[in-house]
Design a protein around this ligand. Structure first.
Ligand SMILES: Cc1ncc(COP(=O)(O)O)c(C=O)c1O
Length: 368
C-alpha cells in the first residue's frame, strides 16, 4: 500500500509529521535574523541533549563520517599515537580516518557483539608510562553489532591517563545517556538521521576546552570542517558556509518534541524498546548477537536467523509482505544477522507490531 512503508533500520529513522510538514516550507535565507535565531536555539538544545555547558557545539552540513573526519583533522598530527577501541565497522572507520591523517594507530579489538573490557583498557593505558598515547577513539553504540560500550567507565580510565577521548555517538546521542561535562568527553560527534528523528544531512560535533588546547597545535590541512572557523562564526550567531537551512529548521521542531518528552523519558523509552524487542525475539526462539543484556545498545538489535532460513529471505519477507525495512549485517556479518533499529521516532506500538510480524514471517518461512 502506498505511503505505508516503515523503516526499522538503524538510520535513516522514521520522521514525525511535524518535521515532514516543516520540510515542505520554502528555505529561508541563512544570513537572516530568523535563521540565526533557529540556529542558535538548536545549538543550545544540542548542549542540553549532551549535558554540556563547557563544550562548544557545532552543526555541520555533512553526514556523520564528515564529523568523524573533523574530529581527527582538528586534533591529530601526523605521528601522534592513537589508541582505537574497535568493536565493529564504525570503530574501525574511526581508526582508518586517524591512519589516513598519519597517526600511529594501535587497535584494541574485540569479537563482534562484545564490548571493550574496561580492565584491559586500564591495563593498556597503565603501561603507557611516558604518556605517548595522545588520543583514544571509541564508538559508544556500535551500529554494526548493536553492542554499546560502557562509555562512562571508559572515560574515567582515559581521564586518569590524560589522553583525549574522541567519541562516536552517532547512534547513542538522543537515545542513551551521554554526559559530556560529567564524564569528561573531549570531542563527541553525532548525525541527524538517528535519534534526532530528522533526515540525513547534518552532523554535530562537540569540542571541550581541553580539546581546544590541543586544537591550537593541530597541523593537518582543513578548511570546511575547521573548528576555529566554525567557532568564529558561532560567535556571530551564524555558520561559516551555507548550511542545510531546511534541515536546521526541522531540527528545531525535533528538539521541541524531545524537550517536551524530557531527557530521562527519552532514555527510558529507548531502554524499554530494547528490552521488549530483545525479550520478544528470545521468546520467538531467536538468538541475539549481543548476548549480555547490559552490553546491548538501546538503539539497535542484531538477530541471528533461525537454522535453514536466509537473511535475504527474511528481509524480503518483511519488505514484500509487510512493507517493513530491516537491515542486513555489515562487513563480515553480512547475511549472518539482520538488524532492527529502534531509535528516534519509535514507540512501543512499533516494537509490538515488529514482533507480531516477525512471528508470522518465521512461521511462513519455516513452512517453505
Ligand atoms: C556508529 C556510527 N558511526 C558513524 C556512522 C557514519 O555516519 P554517516 O553514514 O552519516 O556518515 C554511522 C552511520 O550509520 C554510525 O552508525
Amino acid at each position: 500500500m502506498q505511503d505505508k512503508s516503515f523503516l526499522m533500520i538503524p538510520g535513516p529513522t522514521p520522521v514525525p509529521e511535524s518535521v515532514l510538514v516543516e520540510l515542505a516550507r520554502h528555505p529561508i535565507g541563512h544570513r537572516s535574523k530568523e535563521f540565526s535565531d533557529i540556529f542558535m536555539s538548536c545549538t543550545e538544545d544540542l548542549k542540553w541533549l549532551a549535558k554540556t555547558k563547557d563544550s562548544d557545539a557545532f552543526i555541520y552540513t555533512a553526514s556523520g563520517t564528515g564529523a568523524m573526519e573533523a574530529a581527527i583533522s582538528n586534533i591529530i598530527n601526523p605521528g601522534d599515537k592513537v589508541l582505537s577501541l574497535v568493536i565493529g565497522v564504525f570503530g574501525k572507520r574511526f581508526s582508518q580516518i586517524a591512519q589516513i591523517y598519519g597517526a600511529d594507530v594501535e587497535v584494541m579489538n574485540v569479537e563482534m557483539g562484545k564490548i571493550i573490557d574496561p580492565k584491559a583498557l586500564e591495563e593498556r593505558l597503565g603501561k603507557d608510562s611516558k604518556k605517548e598515547i595522545k588520543a583514544v577513539t571509541v564508538t559508544h553504540s556500535e551500529t554494526s553489532t548493536g553492542a554499546a560500550n560502557d562509555l562512562e567507565r571508559i572515560a574515567k580510565i582515559v581521564k586518569t591517563h590524560g589522553a583525549l577521548l574522541l567519541v562516536d555517538a552517532v547512534t547513542s546521542l538522543g537515545c542513551m545517556n551521554l554526559d559530556i561535562d560529567g564524564w569528561g568527553l573531549d570531542v563527541v560527534i553525532s548525525g541527524s538521521q538517528k535519534g534526532f528523528m530528522i533526515p540525513p544531512g547534518l552532523s554535530f560535533i562537540y569540542v571541550s576546552p581541553k580539546a581546544w588546547e590541543v586544537n591550537k597545535k593541530a597541523k593537518a590541512p582543513r578548511f570546511y570542517f575547521d573548528f576555529a572557523r566554525h567557532k568564529k562564526s558561532l560567535a556571530e550567531e551564524t555558520t561559516p558556509w551555507t548550511p542545510n537551512v531546511s534541515l536546521v529548521c526541522v531540527l528545531k521542531k525535533a528538539f521541541d518534541m524531545m524537550k517536551k518528552e524530557g531527557l530521562e523519558n527519552i532514555f527510558s523509552r529507548h531502554k524499554r524498546l530494547r528490552d521488549n524487542l530483545r525479550s520478544g525475539m528470545k521468546e520467538l526462539g531467536l538468538k541475539l548477537l549481543v548476548e549480555v543484556d547490559k552490553d546491548a545498545s538501546c538503539a539497535i538489535t542484531s538477530i541471528y536467523p533461525p537454522e535453514g532460513v536466509s537473511v535475504p529471505d527474511i528481509r524480503s519477507a518483511y519488505k514484500k509482505d509487510w512493507d517493513i525495512t530491516v537491515a542486513n549485517g555489515q562487513d563480515i556479518l553480512k547475511d549472518k544477522i539482520f538488524r532492527i533499529g529502534h531509535l528516534g521516532f519509535v514507540s512501543d506500538r512499533d516494537i509490538e507490531m515488529t514482533l507480531a510480524v516477525t512471528q508470522k514471517i518465521f512461521a511462513k518461512l519455516r513452512k517453505n
